[in-house]
Design a protein around this ligand. Structure first.
Ligand SMILES: C[S@@+](CC[C@H](N)C(=O)[O-])C[C@H]1O[C@@H](n2cnc3c(N)ncnc32)[C@H](O)[C@@H]1O
Ligand SMILES: [Zn+2]
Length: 279
């Protein structure tokens, strides 16, 4: 793994730098965090976070869906955006990284990068830590001040995940950029046969840009549309892995009812944005 810059991670208790030795993160004041068996660090002390993050069921569904390759064109678009707009980044943070799928794609193309995965879901981070053996995976709540030094992140990925604009701006290095992915109206249409979908507002990408209050400029915006043909089990995973799952808890994999369905044609409709810090 690339060496961890000393001024990258901050102790969530006292704000001093955290040193990384073996399977431990520790600060000079004696606060220490041991890696979980799967390799991630849980920096949430005390009561943890009021936000649950994705459940085991959602993470399992996401893992089988992503494993099917149907979001590979999206992962390629994200990686291309980084290659085109970020030069040679040293530290790439995925805020709301889930299972680490996008960081894994990036590291495959840029092995020198230090991948940092943050997510509040331990179940998701177990997978991310396995996928990113050379990286750092932190259980943390994005709504809190991030345990990262000012200007320490060259690229910040934010893929269907919450945004904390003030903190994202604080940790972004001068000249750094955010690569954000949001769905567009009609995303996943075709899945209605399996369960109800949540509607996607038309201006999500504009909202992302506006959230940074003019402190970032949009240097690229790509709309990516394609059709996926999903067998019923995968169609259900596509539903269960997203926010609709909270409204229709459902088993992962095809139910008896699903099995009577033919493969479904389902739309993938994304915006990939690059937002750059003003130099
Ligand atoms: C829709 S999933 C996307 C995951 C990943 N980016 C992907 O596309 O595969 C949203 C992710 O945000 C995480 N999340 C939700 N609220 C969070 C919070 N307050 N802090 C950190 N992560 C959070 C969830 O646990 C989940 O992994
Ligand atoms: Zn400390």
């Amino acid at each position: 793994m690339p060496a961890l810059p000393r001024q990258l991670l901050l102790c969530p208790v006292c704000g001093q730098p955290l040193d990384h030795t073996g399977r431990t993160l520790a600060c000079e004041r004696g606060h220490r965090f041991d890696a979980a068996r799967q390799g991630y660090f849980n920096l949430l002390t005390g009561k943890g976070s009021p936000f649950d993050g994705d459940s085991a069921e959602m993470v399992d569904a996401r893992e089988s869906f992503l494993g099917s390759g149907h979001y590979e064109p999206l992962r390629e678009a994200v990686v291309d955006a980084v290659l085109r707009h970020a030069g040679a980044p040293a530290v790439v943070l995925d805020a709301g990284a889930g299972t680490g799928y996008y960081l894994q794609g990036l590291v495959a193309r840029l092995p020198e990068v230090l991948p940092l995965a943050i997510d509040v879901s331990k179940v998701a981070l177990r997978r991310a830590a396995r996928r990113l053996p050379g990286g750092i995976s932190l259980v943390w709540d994005l709504w809190r001040p991030l345990p990262l030094a000012d200007g320490s992140v060259d690229v910040l990925l934010n893929v269907f995940a919450p945004r904390n604009p003030e903190e994202f701006l604080r940790v972004l290095a001068p000249g750094g950029c955010i690569v954000a992915v949001t769905p567009r109206p009609g995303h996943l249409s075709g899945l209605e046969a399996v369960g109800p979908l949540l509607s996607v507002p038309a201006q999500k990408a504009d909202d992302v840009l506006a959230a940074f209050g003019g402190r970032l400029v949009e240097t690229a915006r790509e709309e990516l549309d394609y059709a996926m043909v999903l067998p019923p089990g995968l169609a259900r995973s596509a539903l269960v892995m997203g926010p609709a799952a909270r409204h229709t808890p459902a088993p992962v994999g095809a139910t008896a009812e699903d099995r009577s369905l033919a493969p479904l044609e389902v739309a993938a409709r994304f915006t990939v944005q690059v937002l750059s810090a003003r130099a």
